[in-house]
Write a protein that binds this ligand. Structure first.
Ligand code: GLN
Length: 494
């Protein structure tokens, strides 16, 4: 029965609907696997087995009464920066160690309304700041393909859980790459939707002009199903946009004939791991072989994405994190006067990367510097957005690597913030432009570590991004490989 945990959502759906398995059996199989493996992988910060089994039993009863909602009885994991009523939301931070949100995020409500079972909350870099989960205040999640390596970040717990068969799918959040990069490093599919596509009500804010919630799953079709469930307008999030949600399943035609695929030259630069470049170039060839038309394009302002992002995101973070003052949420270390209370609470509650961002951001926003930094970065952002708009005028999607390297070793670059920031070199520009992007497996390096292909698209056109990714996935076998964590041979059937 342990194979149940390796089912895709679509496979589990059909077994459930044919009555061949129950959700309680499926959920128990996944929980058993978590008990077996998570001591080593450390994907979960909070596990909720009783709640999960209760929800699974409810799903089974619901099905017996004719219920057939799309995720009925499917066990999923939620990044710990997304609120779920009654379970801790630490955001990977000591400052929220004991914080339990009194309400659930819209995305969680939508998953529950579609029948999903929630297994628990997954590890993240503190307040989603990082690319490896090494900035979590609790522990570092390990990459299921090699336990000495990082899973990427900040949604590394979600990506590792999905890759290891410890959840059939998961939610993460992506501000500058935090769904796509861990998806790439863990060999799963992750999609960052268009800014405004998915409600952020109940997502703890990092950088408000960039944050988006997105799904991680083992196949494009599973990711499309999750995205279709969580997408849509929400009056409780003033940045959510009222654009109709396409039926994503209908977009998965397997056909890319006549589509124009742009390959931006700025994404194949010195420093990229040669195996990553060759795998991505081979993927472009595969899609050309399927009938897509490939064109070379240029996004000339790409090199400014990293400096612009590392002004805009810390500036917004410094404002958002001001609310953690020892008065209202989480940790409070009272002292004789108010300033000392702030100093003690924030001094002990926040880790070094979060403090670095708060200082950078506060400086960039301070009187006399605003125009030179935040405003300038915002102007650069407009140029980056225009690059994409121009390229996507005559291309349907753009293809690039998701990350410059495969998974690096735990501790290898943790002491060098700039090296860590460079992990996002290929994901930041798209975030600044507010456009949708997906990462899916496109090969393995010589060490057997997965490589991610990034598919980038037009605003609110997740359907075409999913279509191209799905066609590529159908033409290749990469998604069938699974990490050999339990002595299994490492290939997934089905
Ligand atoms: N790694 C990037 C950062 O640290 C992006 C993080 C994210 O997308 N949440 O800011």
């Amino acid at each position: 029965m342990s194979d149940l945990a390796r089912l895709t959502i679509q496979e589990a759906r059909s077994l459930l609907s044919r009555g061949e398995i129950s959700s309680v059996e499926l959920t128990q199989a996944v929980l058993d696997r978590i008990l077996d493996l998570d001591n080593a992988v450390k994907a979960y910060l909070t596990l909720a087995p009783d709640l999960a089994l209760e929800q699974a039993a409810e799903a089974d009863r619901n099905r017996a009464n004719g219920g057939a909602s799309p995720l009925l009885g499917i066990p999923l994991a939620i990044k710990d920066i997304i609120s779920l009523e009654g379970l801790p939301a630490t955001c990977g931070s000591r400052i929220l160690e004991d914080y339990v949100p009194p309400y659930s995020a819209t995305v969680v409500e939508k998953l529950r309304a579609a029948g999903a079972v929630i297994l628990g909350k997954t590890n993240t870099d503190e307040f989603a700041m990082g690319s490896s989960t090494e900035n979590s205040a609790y522990f570092t999640t390990r990459n299921p393909w090699d336990l000495d390596r990082v899973p990427g970040g900040s949604s590394g717990g979600s990506a590792a859980a999905v890759a290891a068969g410890m959840a059939l799918g998961a939610l993460g959040s992506d501000t500058g790459g935090s769904v796509r990069q861990p998806a790439a490093l863990c060999g799963v599919v992750g999609i960052k939707p268009t800014y405004g596509r998915v409600s952020r009500w109940g997502l703890v804010a990092f950088a408000s002009s960039l944050d988006q919630i997105g799904p991680l799953a083992r196949t494009v079709s599973d990711a499309a199903l999750l995205l279709g469930t969580i997408a849509g307008y929400d009056p409780r999030d003033s940045t959510s946009v009222d654009v109709p949600v396409a039926g994503y399943a209908a977009a998965l035609t397997g056909d890319v004939r006549g589509l124009r695929i742009g390959v931006p030259q700025e994404y194949f630069i010195a420093g990229i791991q040669p195996e990553v470049e060759s795998a991505v170039r081979a993927a472009v060839e595969t899609l050309a072989g399927l009938g897509a038309e490939v064109v070379d394009v240029s996004l000339p302002h790409t090199e400014y994405a990293l400096p612009a992002y590392y002004l805009i995101a810390p500036a917004e973070a410094s404002a958002n994190l001001a609310r953690f003052d020892g008065m209202r949420y989480g940790l409070s270390l009272p002292a004789d006067d108010l300033w000392e209370t702030y100093r003690r609470t924030r001094g002990q509650g926040f880790g070094p990367e979060v403090k670095r961002r708060i200082m950078l951001g506060t400086y960039a926003l301070s009187a006399g510097y605003y125009d030179a930094y935040y405003l300038k970065a915002s102007q650069v952002r407009t140029l980056i957005r225009r690059d994409f708009d121009q390229a996507l005028e005559h291309c349907d999607v753009l293809l690039a690597p998701t990350a410059p390297t495969t998974a690096f070793k735990v501790g290898e670059i943790a002491g060098d913030p700039l090296q860590m920031y460079l992990q996002d070199i290929f994901t930041l520009a798209l975030s600044l432009a507010g456009l949708p992007g997906l990462s899916l497996p496109c090969g393995f390096d010589g060490e057997g570590l997965p490589i991610g292909l990034q598919v980038m698209g037009r605003a609110f056109d997740e359907a075409t991004v999913l279509r191209v990714a799905h066609a590529y996935e159908q033409a290749t076998e990469w998604h069938r490989r699974a990490p050999a964590l339990d002595g299994s041979e490492g290939t997934r059937g089905g």
